[in-house]
Design a protein around this ligand. Sequence first.
Ligand code: HDD
Length: 680
Amino acid sequence: MDETTNRKIQQLKPYTVNNYGKKMTTNQGVKVSDDENSLKAGVRGPTLIEDFHFREKMTHFDHERIPERVVHARGFAAHGEFELYHSMKEFTRAAFLQEPGTKTPVFIRFSTVAGSKGSAETVRDVRGFAVKFYTEEGNFDLVGNNIPVFFIQDAIKFPDFVHAVKPEPHNEIPQASSAHDTLWDFVATNQETAHMMMWLMSDRAIPRSFRMMEGFGVHTFRFVNEAGQAKFIKFHIKPRLGVHSLIWEEAQMIAGEDPDFHRRDLWETIEHGNVVEYDLGVQMIDEKDEFMFDFDILDATKLWPEEIVPVRLFGKITLNQNVENVFAETEQVAYHPGNVVPGIDFTNDPLLQGRLFSYLDTQLLRLGGPNFTEIPINRPICPFHNNQRDGFSRQRIDKGQVSYHKNSLANNTPSTSTWKEGGFVHYAEKVEGRVIQARSESFKDHFSQARLFWNSMTPVEKQHIMNAFIFEVSKVQSKSVRQQVVDMFVHVDKELATTLADAVGVNRPTGEQVNVTASSPALSQENTPKYPYTLKVGVLIGEGFNGSEVKSVVNSLLDAGVTVDIVGEKLGTLTGADGIQVVVNQSLVSTAPSLFDSLYIVGGKADNQKKFESQLINYINVAYSQYKPIGVASTGMPIFSKSDAKPGPGIVFATENDFAEDYIQAITQQRFWDRNIYIT
Ligand code: HDD
């Protein structure tokens, strides 16, 4: 599906405006004669209010900001399609999940949660993963995250959690960070957070790319088929490139070097025509098996281990078109977990139930009234008819005398639809019980799955989690909170809590870890697929390089789908010893080693040789300390040998027979953890 067949893009087309080459007018369409001087009484006199162009320009500017999202303010989106490859007809009547080959336009917005709209993207945080499916039967929104569980079990606690994680209100510090007193105070006093905090401290919270994250619907939803039979489901989105992360030191550097790192990555990938693909699937549990598990399937702090309840993949999501205008599309898009289509329904998960209220409510404020569904990006691609009328900025012009139901003057239309006609009929779940404000006993185990996650990590992943705990809790000023955190996480792992206690100056914990020995290999990123495709290599190069060698290596990299930047002392053209020329597209000062997945050290001559060499040595040292693969060309050896990097895993020399092949293999592996360096 490209521009011509994606029905959502087609729908947006009439709204897009090209101002290039046009005459400037006011919003009333009047041609403007002067846009640099306001109308004045005398050339040095006061401005006159009758200057309608000045007034209109200024008032529009004065009003051009809207409230940022209360959470997930920092986000980036792209258009694409979903194509069904296995029919799910047996389980759901959702029209877009019936016939293999059916294509549905999608718009996906990725986000961080805590930071403001302009905050850095590589901070430690959960990532939002919100998908709008523009189906023939209306919009279905899968408003998920890149982590399968959540901080709290009941939506009534959401404002408290968000107040705790956002910058502290008295000084608005820290920005886009959970490393502060109020968050950890909330964690220790609300221990249902334990499982999610393990994920937040893990590498999942510093993804390499939006293209390399899993997406999860988190809640238990329902599929309902044509016969009215239901199954409990959880949605999963799996990136075809696997799940990959930055390391913490790298993420922090990138936050300064390129705060737009994740959006740039997605934007450039799509602009270059490269493929961005995920698979969509569900885990399913029969209604009769609702109580078969040692966790409550309605508890959003629990996952369903994939080894016990496998993920059934049924379709592919492809992102292939960037937006035309970020405000019009990405900022104004309004997702809502309550936007479902016939065949997909809710459950009594108390977190989901509360979300069903919150999203519409927040959008009324953020987008200024009830007509935000008419904003082009939010419109369904199917027609919609009802008796809702008026309100701020109403766009559509509903004809006729009648705007009520039932009626006889319009032959009782718009009319409702039966189940058979495709009407949404809420699932007739039997519910009984007394009205009560309480938490189910079955929601009370907060530590077993936190430990399951810990057990599933490799030693390197555990070390990263440990380091994250030490970093975050070291930022907490209150000794009492630090002690409470240690005393809480001993229930996950005694060694983790004891090491943390020693590192943050509090007493070692006396409690015990829960007795869980199980693990779930699907949770470890070590088991994820790995490909060289779209990984980024910086070629560090100066005059006098070996042209045929470099050309052949770069061509092999490009053939493997690797993205290559030629990085030199300055922008311009460089000439090799054999006369071959390369164009430098990044200078050593305009980019940085953390922004590459690997470096190819070619070396050579520069105007300021001393500076050039010291810059290259710094690049090598940083990449080496970040466990990245490094390729060394025949001319790169002298510089490489002056760096701190040691020959060993992930260091590939041109002297090797199959250099290009070995180097691409190293790039594919991405990290070489067994380097003997102090940062882990
Ligand atoms: Fe939420 C935005 C995901 C719990 C209330 N949420 C928002 C976005 C995502 C999520 C991805 C950004 C959508 C976009 O790009 O515009 N939220 C989640 C997930 C949750 C979750 C996966 C747990 C499973 N959220 C949650 C709760 C509440 C909210 C419990 C309140 C009861 N979320 C909101 C909100 C936001 C929002 C305040 C802010 C902006 C918006 O909705 O449109 O209504």
